[in-house]
Write a protein that binds this ligand. Structure first.
Ligand code: SF4
Ligand code: ZN
Length: 727
């Protein structure tokens, strides 16, 4: 009789895992050697773009910051030590970790000069994106992640799988190929929109690009989960307990794939495959719960969800199409369109109004005018959507905050596309959705359900009126425009002086524990996502959440924007690390930065001014640092006088570093950023009496070094040169 170990020895699956890990590691080593022998520079730096985590998986495993090729031999040696020759489950799973490490090395070496891939594959997921995803995973907007490896036999199957995942808001990450076909190409063939907005991110066509899913997960564990680096068991425990991910592995399993899925199993993530696996009975028992075979594609997703214990919260709305956040980014092309509204040709507007409780009958949904089956196909038509809201805590100020949600709520319906806002919206309905029976009253059902579901604290009653009758729309439009205008006037009047309270935002403390954003009407949160009104509304909705009012108290310095109450609040909430905060100053106790800032402001002493650089710009700046390098020094919840993370919107605020002279100090900004904020910038420049200021600001097409910058500033007579000395 054969002993147990002899039985296991024959398990082809374990064999393959170890073989695959060996080969992958060898590939990593030869790639390294080919690059290393090729370069005279033994310290050649390499790595992924836009991250402060270096090679994040390796960093989480060993607390090692790999930035130069010369560090690789050591890492490859460590990875080798994970491969043991015994053929048992433990060795196979450990070999899997080794194969993942090798993959991270291989993929990182494939990045030239830290720039992003540009071939339709995402590759490495940058820090800004992983943070947004981390939030969504933590608060449940995304209940789980499906890593899809390989391809299915037909593209139609790929579509039905992805629709099922989307309808549950699960994020799909696509990796690898099978027999030369990728899941990505299968979806493209069926015109499925890809991208983060659609919850479908193609990572890479090679199996090793699986590491991009793994290093996303490990960053979430380290930052959101506070897992200490180099503590393998803690990392495994966090991922197993908190990261709701699973792997769907389609098509033949070669040795490399087997080694990689073993790595995923080691992380505690179940793997489901459509392939028969030949292994000994004992080995099958061992793999129970980790590796599941399911050949029925209509069952595999739900099986994975149950296996991983993912809780799905579904918006139950009685409409004939799928409804989920995953459809938000869906595009509807002209050929696919049944009908459109607005489209820049005809009037189409949306308006949300506050009413008194007695004025509204909850649940009223009225269509005034013909429905889409009576309107001419493939044409644009006029439309008006009027939502009436009543609630004890509702305020006039929240009208625009809630109105902006109409965009999101309608977009979640499969086959509905919504763009723009107010009287410049544009709505398309697809032929497919129309054929399934979608009609305009369904818009009402959606808005009714979503306003109640998402804003129960503000909203007690909702009524929706949808107009397609052109005459009536023409009558309503001037009233709507008057309301928009009144709101704008109100917002313009909203200034730091005429409110009593500012708001805090503490959302980022999960990864920058000492960071507090202080949000005032004239200074938006540095991520650009939370304005004073948003924070105020969020507080009303959830008083125990991350946004709280802060009493300003006595003013200590009006020029620098320092108040007693703010100082006290920040001190308490920064774990007593920040004693003072000057809201309008860059040099004296500036706001700390967590890491999500849209832009960085940095002093250029030679120019007596500052530069502003945005996250999207990956070129060089005059202070000799790229955005990523700068971000590494500025982030982490520290105050760094002379440097500050800010939102784009703040640049054109009256309070933008007003203690140091405001926008007059800006001497350099990337061209795209200039373009993006142009309209508001020109207004501000006009107000301060230098209408051509934007032209006096250099960008990368003019220079990226100090000498030529100074020359340019002198030539254009930049105002910063005559301001009082900055330092
Ligand atoms: Fe809130 Fe500031 Fe983080 Fe934005 S950056 S989520 S405003 S704490
Ligand atoms: Zn942040």
């Amino acid at each position: 009789m054969l002993s147990d170990s002899a039985n296991l020895y024959r398990c082809e699956f374990f064999n393959k895992a170890i073989e695959g890990a060996h080969n992958n590691l060898e590939n990593a080593f030869s790639l390294f050697k080919s690059i290393f022998s090729d370069t005279a520079n033994k310290d050649l730096s390499f790595g992924f773009p836009d991250t402060a985590f270096y090679l994040p998986f390796i960093n989480a495993l060993f607390n090692k910051e790999i930035k130069s090729v010369s560090q690789l031999p050591e890492i490859i040696e460590i990875a080798k030590s994970f491969i043991k020759e015994e053929q048992n489950l433990e060795s196979a799973l450990d070999a899997g970790v080794s194969s993942l490490i090798a993959s991270e090395v291989i993929e990182a070496l494939s990045y030239e000069d830290f720039s992003q891939h540009s071939d339709g594959w995402q590759g490495f997921i940058p820090d800004s994106v992983y943070r947004a995803l981390g939030f969504a995973l933590v608060d449940g907007r995304i209940p789980g992640i499906a890593v899809i490896m390989g391809a299915v036999p037909e593209s139609k199957i790929a579509v039905s799988l992805i629709r099922e995942l989307q309808s549950k808001n699960i994020l799909s990450l696509l990796v690898g190929e099978s027999k030369g076909v990728t899941f990505k190409s299968q979806l493209e063939k069926e015109n499925v929109s890809l991208g983060l907005d659609s919850y479908i991110v193609p990572l890479g066509a090679s199996s090793t690009s699986l590491i991009y899913a793994v290093n996303l997960i490990s960053r979430i564990a380290v930052s959101f989960g506070g897992v200490e680096k180099a503590k393998l068991n803690n990392l495994l425990r966090y991922i197993k307990e908190r990261v709701m991910a699973f792997v769907l592995c389609f098509g033949e399993l070669d040795a490399l794939k087997v080694s990689l899925v073993c790595g995923m199993m080691k992380l505690g993530l179940p793997v489901l495959t459509d392939q028969e696996i030949s292994y000994a009975k004992e080995c099958q028992n061992l793999l129970d719960n980790l590796l599941l075979v399911e050949k029925d594609y209509s069952k595999i997703v739900s099986k994975a969800i149950v296996q991983r214990g993912i809780k799905i919260k579904i918006d139950k709305i009685d409409i004939p199409v799928n409804y989920s956040a995953a459809f938000e980014g869906e595009r509807i092309r002209k050929e696919q369109m049944q009908i459109e509204f607005g489209a820049g040709k005809l009037v189409s507007f949306e308006l949300l109004r506050q009413k008194d409780i007695e004025e509204i009958k909850d649940g009223v949904i009225e269509l005034i005018g013909p429905d889409i089956d009576q309107l001419e196909e493939a044409k644009a038509h006029p439309l008006a959507i009027i939502v009436e809201i009543a609630g004890k805590k509702m305020q006039l100020d929240f009208e625009p905050v809630l109105e902006r949600q109409i965009h999101r709520f309608l977009n979640y319906a499969q086959g509905v596309f919504h763009l723009g806002q107010r009287d410049s919206n544009w709505i398309r309905i697809s032929k497919e959705a129309f054929a399934k029976g979608l009609r305009l009253k369904d818009f009402g059902k959606i808005l009714y359900a979503k306003f109640h579901n998402e804003y129960p604290a503000l909203v007690d009653k909702v009524a929706v009126f949808i107009y397609t009758d052109e005459e009536k729309i023409k009558l309503l439009l001037p009233q709507a425009r008057q309301i928009y205008q009144k709101r704008d006037e109100r917002i313009n009047l909203l200034s730091d002086e005429n409110v009593d309270e500012f708001y805090s935002c503490l959302l980022c403390t999960s990864f920058a524990p000492n960071h507090v954003c202080v949000i005032s009407p004239e200074r938006t949160g540095l991520c650009g996502a939370v304005s004073w009104l948003d924070a105020k509304a969020a507080y009303e909705v959830m008083p125990t959440g991350g946004n709280k009012p802060i009493e300003r108290g006595t003013c200590i310095d009006p020029k620098k924007g320092e108040w007693e109450g703010i100082n006290k609040f920040v001190y308490e909430h920064s774990n007593k690390t920040i004693e003072r905060l000057c809201l309008y100053s860059l040099l004296d106790s500036p706001m700390s930065a967590c890491g999500c800032f849209e832009c960085i402001v940095a002093v250029i002493p030679e120019a007596n001014g500052v530069m502003v650089v945005n996250r999207e710009y990956n070129g060089m700046t005059p202070i000799g640092m790229k955005f990523t390098t700068l971000a590494g020094t500025v982030g982490g919840g520290r105050q760094t006088p002379g440097f500050m993370g800010v939102a784009k919107r703040y640049i054109t605020s009256k309070r933008f570093i007003s203690a140091e002279g405001g926008i007059k100090r800006i001497v350099w900004m990337p061209k795209d950023l200039k373009e993006e904020i142009k309209e508001n910038f020109l207004k501000r420049a006009q107000e301060i009496g230098i209408p051509d200021l934007l032209d006096k600001i250099a960008d990368e097409t003019i220079c990226t070094e100090i000498e030529p910058l100074l020359e340019f500033l002198n030539n254009v007579k930049h105002p910063a040169l005559t301001l009082e000395a900055l330092l």
